[in-house]
Design a protein. Structure first.
Length: 179
């Protein structure tokens, strides 16, 4: 029977080690996320899978915030983040820096995540949107592609933090070959 590992056996990086560790070429852009708990969860995902940074846009709360802290569990200290008032402006800056912009949204001609091929020679910015309204249309219009997580139940969307975890994991495994 497997024995559960103790925290000290997990080999976790310190904040300093994390900051020095190589990151995958992935920026997460949060477009008007209203729930601070979702924002905190995305910070933990970014930490777990070595994303370069998070860009918080619009109404998305910024650290330090007690509700972000509750779910981030310290990831706001390890993950680099920035705030931009306007998501479209942030996207245009990222494009100038050579990022391929991918909105994660249900849209016409979206590419199902399981059919999207990550080009490991590119840098990506993934845009995740508001819990009810999704990614703004003007931001979708600025995107190089739109991907969606296929779903087969009665609901038409996933919680944004859950969706981010699924999508970021796919990009992480592509860049690291599952290591």
């Amino acid at each position: 029977m497997p024995r559960k590992l103790k925290n000290e056996e997990l080999g976790r990086k310190t904040v300093e080690e994390f900051k020095k560790a190589p990151k995958i070429p992935l920026v997460l852009v949060l477009d008007n996320i209203r729930s601070q708990n979702n924002t905190g969860s995305v910070f933990r995902t970014a930490d777990a899978f070595l994303a370069e940074k998070i860009i918080l846009c619009g109404i998305t709360a910024v650290p330090p915030h007690p509700e972000i802290h509750k779910t981030a569990l310290g990831a706001t200290e390890s993950v680099t983040w920035e705030y931009r008032e306007d998501t479209a402006s942030a996207i245009q800056e990222l494009r100038k820096e050579g990022y391929t912009i991918i909105s994660v949204e249900q849209a016409e001609n979206n590419i199902p995540l399981n059919q999207f091929k990550v080009d490991t020679n590119r840098k990506y910015a993934l845009v995740f949107g508001h819990e009810i309204h999704g990614v703004r249309q003007d931001v979708v219009d600025l995107s190089d592609a739109v991907i969606a997580v296929p779903q087969y139940g009665t609901k038409h969307s996933l919680n944004v933090a859950v969706c981010a975890g699924i999508v970021v994991w796919e990009f992480f495994t592509a860049f690291t070959n599952g290591k």
